[in-house]
Design a binder for this molecule. Sequence first.
Ligand SMILES: [Zn+2]
Length: 210
Amino acid sequence: MNCEELQARLLAGEPVAAEGHLASCAACRSAVPDLEALRQRLADPALWEEPSPELGDRVVATVVGAAGDRRPVRGRRWIPAWVAAVGTVAAAVVFVGVVRPGAPDWEVELRATASGSVAVAQVAGWNTDAGTRMELEVEGLRRVGPDAYYELWLTSPDGRHVSAGTFRGPGEVTLWAGVRRADYPRIWVTLEPADGDPAPSGETVLDSEA
Ligand SMILES: [Zn+2]
């Protein structure tokens, strides 16, 4: 069994012998958590749209070609079961990628801290190996600049702050933080004067705990 076969089996939810390929392949062992997460996500019927039969055939043909299989493809009986499984997974990934850009791992609403303010921000977050990617939809904030900007912060329960970047007003904004939301649960926005001071200004305009 090679890496592709083993990973196709894991994705298909089929049993994999612990003493087989997995025991000798660190790459496959390290891929197990991601494959299991993907398998569970693929099992969610909400992710699926009905694929056309032609696309399924094209994906399988592409996978067979990429796998270096020199046998002619004369219908599905020539295609090993694991290739069909990879084709199914590839089709699913295509549909997940094209139809839905992957559901966020978490979402939170930031509300205005000042009474009378109508500002609000919806934050969707993705936990990645590189850090936490956040997509903000900001409404109701006054546009500022160039002498000021808004800054997004993540704060841990013991009060450590991490900046996730700055922006100038309402709209869609993508920001990153090098920490996990699980460790830094509070998310908030300050209005910062462009004065070179990297610390939070104290003028909070939006807060997940407001
Ligand atoms: Zn392997």
